[in-house]
Unconditional design. Structure first.
Length: 264
């Protein structure tokens, strides 16, 4: 059963300036995390994936353990702003569940608390790029955690045509300069023929993406630098809607984007 939003909760691409890659914008620290109308259904799916496909959706290299624990602390600090209540060693969630806080398994704990996926990227000494060192990734959009873990940004994005050397340099500079007090965000826009949230695929494998697809998949992607470890957190909050669910402004912007892509 597909998990669809009735409306798209974010669509910065309706504004032309947000369509220019990488299209990042400043974000208030309090708005970094998000809980929306699909929380209960998405969390049920995440709980099942973590139980049945834990090795596929969860990974953390040894060098990322401290950063993962720091991320959990940052998340727990912000959760009360979004309808969560701390109850000793448990967190009461907006859907009524209680999640035990396990500092020894921070990414798994986060995966049971929030709809978004979270990736940790760190820049090892002597390296020019940040590397993916850990993640809880329940809703991949045509990629797999196992293929990307331990890889640098340029290598991670090698299947993406628009992510050339120039784009890679701009993104890396952004990662180098981001400040803990100033998160950044963007949202992408993908056409899918399959509305499933969990869509892992090997690199360069055929995908369920098509300009004629009836489903619009958008990811609210946020960047937050952790103050102690210096790791950069890349969070991905996914929403899927049908084309009919778009507002008139979103329909108009989508038509402009599709027309521009057809000319490329």
């Amino acid at each position: 059963m597909p998990i669809l939003h009735h409306t798209l909760p974010f669509a910065p691409w309706t504004q032309p300036f947000a369509r220019r890659l990488p299209g990042v914008m400043p974000l208030l620290r309090a708005d970094w995390l998000m809980v929306d109308a699909a929380y209960s259904a998405q969390m049920q799916a995440r709980t099942e994936l973590l139980a049945m496909r834990g090795s596929d959706v969860l990974a953390c290299l040894p060098d990322a353990n401290d950063a993962a624990r720091e991320l959990l602390c940052e998340v727990l600090h912000d959760l009360p702003l979004h309808g969560f209540q701390s109850m000793g060693d448990q967190m009461s969630c907006p859907d009524g569940r209680r999640v035990t806080i396990d500092p020894d398994h921070p990414l798994r704990t986060i995966g049971h608390l929030l709809q978004a996926d979270f990736c940790l990227l760190q820049k090892p000494a002597g390296m020019a790029e940040h590397v993916l060192t850990g993640a809880v990734l329940c809703f991949p959009s045509s990629w797999t955690l196992s293929e990307k873990l331990g890889k640098a940004l340029m290598r991670i994005h090698s299947p993406v045509d628009s992510y050339d050397a120039g784009m890679g340099a701009r993104v890396q500079r952004m990662f180098d300069l981001i400040r803990p007090e100033q998160p950044l965000w963007r949202a992408n826009l993908l056409h899918y023929t399959n509305p499933a949230l969990y869509q892992p695929r090997p690199e360069f494998a055929p995908k369920d993406k098509s300009s004629a697809g009836n489903f619009i998949r958008s990811e609210r992607q946020c960047l937050l630098k952790l103050p102690k470890s210096g790791a950069v957190v890349f969070s991905i909050h996914t929403a899927v809607v049908t084309r009919d669910s778009l507002t008139p402004d979103q329909h108009a912007a989508l038509a402009e984007i599709e027309q521009a892509r057809s000319r490329q």
